[in-house]
Design a protein around this ligand. Structure first.
Ligand SMILES: *[C@@H]1O[C@H](CO)[C@@H](O)[C@H](O)[C@H]1NC(C)=O
Ligand SMILES: *[C@@H]1O[C@H](CO)[C@@H](O)[C@H](O)[C@H]1NC(C)=O
Ligand SMILES: *[C@@H]1O[C@H](CO)[C@@H](O)[C@H](O)[C@H]1NC(C)=O
Length: 576
């Protein structure tokens, strides 16, 4: 918690930067909940067109199908190609809704957004907007000219509320030149291995949206994985698998779960005893092809919800997806036959919602390309687990360290390219409980470095290096009143640090993202729901690349914004 001096310094400035993307269909009544990230960089011209696709009121908690699907045809005067496409989901709620909801948007079964709802703490109306650069799904968006389906779901598996959530889904299509630094799809987010949008995006999801209950798969730990058959074109020369996840019920805050080998029946920790480590992974025909430790998105009702109003937790509006470069494994897929692609979560408990997209780039100048696996070292993931408990109190630790290296070649009309994927991960979770269960502490270290190098002979033609670090500390002390509510005091510090280095032939670009939140406060909890609370939250978001810098800090206290300062040049404030 080193933000105190920064906070004092920041109180001098108060300046709000206007949003670059056009305003939502006006709904300005009530409290606006926000995620202060950098809006997507857009071409200088206004959108060529904005299309409102869906307008629906989800009556959550009511016995109705949670998913809505509509037939949609892209208007002919709004056709491809586009340099940017931005998805906007505007939502409004008349609460209160104590429990967060997870929602998703699909185009023809291809997931393009996983999101979760911010805390709705009072009966007053609240609204928020989620904007996401969806240019990398251009292949699916293109197809909509011939008609397709747009679906949205709001998970209603818990039935504890009667709020109404209204959602409008729209797309903004842009044409015109982008600045050199924002050529990579997904800017400013440095997640992912995308450069040009893929030629094809194949969904790994449940067919026909499982008749209204969603295109996502649900896994409960047994089995750990779900599989779907995929057939890829024989001229595919690059493949990236993008996995979307959210976690629920016993794993809703897996990153704070203690590890207990034995427990007493009736112990609260019994159902959440699997430890604070999860690994997301994929296999092709049963062979492990890559994995990640998921980024711990803190849902609004998982820790003191008063922390997240009006500024939501990192990643809650656009829950980060996780990418695995499958290019070294193309040999397994290019025979024109269906292959089994599975996605899963190691150590999962009830329950996770998963879906994935397979992004494929094809060689238009060949009917079929050849590929071979050069090196496959079975990845080593060393996991050490330690736990010592005495009744309620104790300490548990899960340490994981892994490395992998996959090499494969693809011979296309552009030449014979060899792709090397390397990944190193280091993870540590420590959970301790003292004072007969009254003090609970979680400390997470999550670091990952992924490098993808493409070579033609001895010449390096492309290199992507992604560094991700996501430390998290939470400390909660609880005072229980016999038969009454509990009072919880919590301190939290959470970060997402990413650096991306991308080199293509002689072009090099580098970007860094630093997203931090520090929060402190109390809540009165009754029957697992926060009834009252106070909190102060400081958010610091900074994105830099060779041509730009963006910084935004928002400090909120007792539900009101005290400081909101943004700078397009980062000159106004020094880096803390
Ligand atoms: C969408 O189109 C399909 C096939 O043309 C049709 O069966 C279905 O009823 C349509 N759905 C809606 C909501 O219009
Ligand atoms: C959705 O759009 C309609 C029509 O423009 C508007 O009246 C409504 O307030 C919008 N809803 C949300 C949640 O923004
Ligand atoms: C492509 O290069 C790899 C590694 O240099 C080699 O083993 C393979 O035979 C080449 N493939 C073709 C079709 O030339």
């Amino acid at each position: 918690m080193h933000l105190q001096p920064l906070l004092l310094f920041l109180q001098v400035f108060t300046l709000v930067l206007p949003s670059v993307v056009p305003d939502a269909p006006a709904s300005s009544a009530g409290l606006e909940l926000l995620d202060p990230t950098l809006p997507s960089e857009l071409p200088a011209q206004t959108p060529k067109c904005t299309v409102a696709v869906l307008d629906h009121a989800f009556a959550v908690g009511v016995a109705s199908l949670p998913m809505v699907s509509i037939n949609y045809t892209q208007p002919p005067d709004c056709s491809a190609p586009w340099t940017r496409v931005v998805l906007e989901v505007a939502m409004a709620a008349s609460g209160p809704a104590r429990k967060h909801r997870v929602a998703a948007v699909w185009l023809d079964g291809v997931e393009i957004l996983r999101t979760s709802t911010p805390p709705l703490l009072t009966a007053a109306d609240a609204f928020w907007r989620v904007q996401k650069d969806v240019t990398r799904y251009a292949a699916i968006l293109n197809r909509l000219a011939g008609g397709g389906t747009v679906s949205m779901i709001v998970d209603n598996s818990a039935v504890d509320l009667a709020a109404v959530l209204a959602a409008n889904v729209s797309f903004h299509f842009y044409r015109g030149e982008l600045s050199a630094s924002s050529k990579h799809t997904g800017h400013p987010s440095v997640w992912g291995l995308y450069r040009e949008p893929a030629d094809l995006v194949i969904p790994i999801s449940r067919e026909r949206g499982s008749y209204g209950s969603g295109f996502w798969f649900q896994i409960s730990g047994n089995p750990q994985a779900v599989a779907a058959p995929v057939t890829v074109p024989r001229n595919t020369y690059r493949a990236v698998l993008e996995i979307f996840v959210s976690y629920h019920a016993d794993d809703e805050s897996w990153y704070m779960n203690p590890l207990r080998f034995t427990y007493n029946a009736g112990d609260v920790a019994a159902s959440t005893a699997n430890g604070g480590f999860r690994q997301l992974y994929a296999t092709v025909d049963g062979r492990f092809v890559g994995g990640h430790v998921p980024y711990a998105v803190i849902y609004s009702s998982s820790i003191n919800p008063y922390f997240w109003s009006p500024v939501t937790a990192i990643g809650t509006f656009d829950i980060p997806s996780h990418d695995i470069d499958l290019t070294p494994f193309l040999e397994l897929l290019l025979d024109g036959r269906p292959h089994e692609l599975a996605i899963g979560v190691k150590d999962a408990q009830k329950y996770w919602l998963l879906s994935a997209n397979l992004h494929l780039w094809v060689d238009r100048w060949s009917d079929a390309v050849q590929a071979g696996i050069v090196e496959y070292t079975t990845p080593t993931l060393k996991v050490n687990r330690n736990a010592q408990w005495h009744n309620q109190d104790g300490h548990s630790e899960v340490d994981a360290e892994g490395q992998l290296r996959f090499v494969g070649w693809v011979s296309t009309s552009k030449g014979n390219m060899t792709t090397t994927v390397r990944q190193k991960l280091r993870f540590k979770s420590q959970v301790s409980v003292h004072n007969r269960g009254a003090v609970r502490q979680a400390d997470v270290v999550n670091r990952e470095k992924t490098t993808v190098t493409t070579k033609s002979g001895q010449r390096t033609v492309g290199k992507v290096q992604l560094l991700m670090e996501a430390p998290l500390q939470v400390q909660t002390s609880v005072v229980r009143v016999a038969g009454g509510p509990t009072f919880e005091n919590t301190r939290l510090s959470h970060q997402l640090q990413e650096t991306a280095y991308v080199k293509e032939l002689s072009e090099v670009s580098m970007s860094t993202l630093s997203d931090r939140q520090e929060a402190e406060g109390s809540a009165m909890v009754h029957e697992e729901e926060a009834q009252w609370g106070i909190a102060s939250t400081r958010s610091y978001y900074k994105y830099t690349d060779e041509n730009s810098c963006y910084l935004r800090t928002v400090n909120a206290q007792e539900g009101a914004i005290k400081v909101d300062m943004a700078s397009r040049s980062c000159s106004a404030i020094s880096d803390a």
